[in-house]
Design a binder for this molecule. Sequence first.
Ligand SMILES: [Zn+2]
Length: 246
Amino acid sequence: MELKVYPKEELYLILMFIISLITYAILIFSIVGIIYLLIVAIFAFFTHGIFIGSVRGNSVRVSNNQFPEVHKMAEELSQKIGLDEVPSIYIMESGGMLNAFATKFLGRNFVIIYSDVLELAYEEGESAVAFIVAHELAHIKAKHLMWRYILYPAMFVPFLGSAYLRACEYTSDLIAAQLVPNGAIQGLTVLATGKRLYQKLNILEIIKQSEEEKGFWIWLSEKLSSHPNLIKRINKIYYETKDVIN
Ligand SMILES: [Zn+2]
């Protein structure tokens, strides 16, 4: 199965890569720069290590015997997407927030699912959860996490860093929609309205809203964000999956 990539991702990736390489070269050629680079790298390494340590010490690790349904879902999706190894999956309590994210540390991939998302899986929302998990696996498969370290300097370029991150989100949505077309819209609308109201949502009205709500402030808020506006993501995935699920 050929995995889709959002067209602009590659362009942003190349731009970010060039800017990062130039920054690294400047830092390395100036002796003080190497010291700064090392300090930032060590600080980032420790901050991330402590965060991963906290996740592993406070969240519940999914396995064959712990939330086995989720484990099986992750195994099947990992195989479909073409990952050699199923990432370590942890369930984190998050005070009702609905989200999930993927991260990488010392070569090991992690997917953290907020507990309220998981509750959905046990309330007839299994395909919505599958879409959310597939989206995170897509970040791993598309090497978004690996690139993030190398591209670190370019992340600070206004508008470009966030444009690249948004392109990665669209790519992961597209791949996840290929894998779980029947859970795609639900997976995204859950993020918009929560785990109960999403079932009452009028999808066509959301599509209409995404085509009507335009203007400077909406544009600017999105340009500064690491994620595309949710109603735009819903719009894109609606047209992407419309023919597959009907
Ligand atoms: Zn994402």
